[in-house]
Design a protein around this ligand. Structure first.
Ligand SMILES: NC(=O)c1ccc[n+]([C@@H]2O[C@H](COP(=O)([O-])OP(=O)(O)OC[C@H]3O[C@@H](n4cnc5c(N)ncnc54)[C@H](O)[C@@H]3O)[C@@H](O)[C@H]2O)c1
Length: 378
């Protein structure tokens, strides 16, 4: 086997750019070919990325590749993953894994049957600042986490956002609004830090008058974890600032603050023996850059890690089952919003076993709070 992995790209849209720049000069990865339904995107991929392009999936799979990077709208993730598994390709597929738990199950079954490596491209797991927080939590820097909050604000251009044909945030193609699109990052990260969620309470809002086929642009979710931590998740795709994320965790022995827009993204207050400064906030050094650098860094490390798993024949530490748990918290949040009260995991499992988790999205538009009525965007 060669000492690099040849990848084909399925869907050379917006996020392809970050995978490309994140892996520039990475000798483990060669991007070889691309498949897309948009021929103009394929022409760009030929011209600017020197990819061999295909307009049929069958021909694409015959190109000289052993792995695929799937970067298509969420409703297509399942079919693309299954087709790639059946073609014997290792698979790195963008988040969220899929809009429903049943689709996640089918993806897991098909990839296991084919014996290919399969990882969801959850770049938040690979951001050095998040990896450092995980290490500090494991070492007990802040004791047992009891309280916290996390925020993602990813301002979307209103002309795209309000367009009913732009698939992001659509119930059918995106699997919901900001909770599905951005919230899944936070839920997957928090599960990694804190373990499993047992219940959620969620509010959904629209700050812009987007078409009815689009989900919420703003949400607040209160999560209760089995470990006893209570966390607030604030999400928006309309808040006005360069894209950023922020997390605050308070434990029985200290506090960690993190903000992607800070040069040194972490501040820690701890008396742990390994704390660089005890009893005062300090900022440990960690590789970072505010938007867009953190995309490049985290996606570069994620893609590098997946290539190493193939080259070294090891199973990715971030499993598809863990990615499915992130989707479960998305659906639990929607279930709570729909009920207008707290929902717990047992209720979600009941829906899974009866009407199916896709049914949770039915009628959501009716309960989204139309807050744009009170806001002046002009
Ligand atoms: N990790 C992150 O921070 C991050 C950031 C942005 C997007 N994403 C994820 O990346 C994925 C793609 O998002 P995007 O913003 O690049 O979307 P996009 O709309 O810009 O690109 C999607 C591409 O898929 C192509 N496509 C659509 N239908 C297709 C089909 N049937 N067959 C082949 N190609 C098809 C489109 O032509 C387009 O080129 C999503 O899962 C999204 O959530 C992740």
């Amino acid at each position: 086997m060669e000492d690099f992995v040849k990848f084909g790209i399925i869907g050379v849209g917006a996020v392809w750019r970050y995978h490309k720049i994140g892996t520039k000069n990475n000798s483990k990865i060669k991007f070889v070919s691309a498949y897309d339904i948009d021929e103009s995107k394929l022409r760009n991929a030929e011209k600017y990325s020197q990819l061999k392009t295909y307009t049929t999936l069958d021909e694409f799979f015959k190109s000289d590749i052993e792995a695929v990077l799937i970067l298509v709208p969420h409703y297509l993730h399942k079919d693309m993953v299954i087709a790639s598994a059946e073609a014997g390709k290792h698979i790195l597929c963008e988040k969220p894994m899929a809009p429903s738990l049943e689709e996640c199950d089918e993806m897991i079954k098909a990839t296991k049957k084919a014996g290919v490596k399969f990882m969801i491209a959850e770049n938040h797991r690979f951001l050095p600042a998040h990896q450092l927080i995980k290490q500090m939590l494991e070492k007990g820097f802040i004791g047992d986490v009891m309280l916290g909050r996390t925020y993602e604000g990813a301002y979307c251009a209103p002309n795209e956002f309000l367009d009913p044909d732009w698939w992001h945030f659509c119930y059918d193609k995106g699997g919901g609004g900001v909770v599905a699109d951005q919230g899944v990052h936070k839920f997957t990260m928090l599960n990694w830090f804190l373990g499993e969620v047992d219940s959620a309470q969620c509010w959904l809002g629209k700050t812009m008058n987007s078409p009815p086929n689009k989900g919420e642009d703003t949400a607040i979710i209160l999560l209760h974890y089995k470990c006893g931590a209570m966390i607030t998740v604030d999400l928006s795709s309309t808040t006005v600032h360069p894209l950023t994320n922020r997390t605050e965790l308070h434990g029985t022995k200290g506090t960690i603050l993190e903000d992607h827009s800070w040069t040194d993204p972490i501040k820690v207050f701890s008396t742990h023996p390994e704390a660089e400064i005890k009893g005062e906030f300090y900022s440990p050094k960690v590789e970072h850059g505010s938007y867009p650098a953190y995309y490049k860094i985290s996606m570069g490390k994620e893609d590098d890690y997946f290539a190493s798993c193939i080259l070294e024949d090891k199973m990715p530490e971030f499993t598809p089952e863990q990615a499915r748990e992130g989707v479960a918290v998305v659906l639990l949040s929607y279930l709570s919003a729909k009920k207008g009260s707290m929902a717990n995991m047992e209720e979600l499992v009941k829906v899974y076993k009866t009407s199916g988790t896709k049914s949770i999205l039915d009628g959501l538009e009716g309960i989204v709070q139309k807050n744009y009525k009170f806001l002046n965007w002009n």
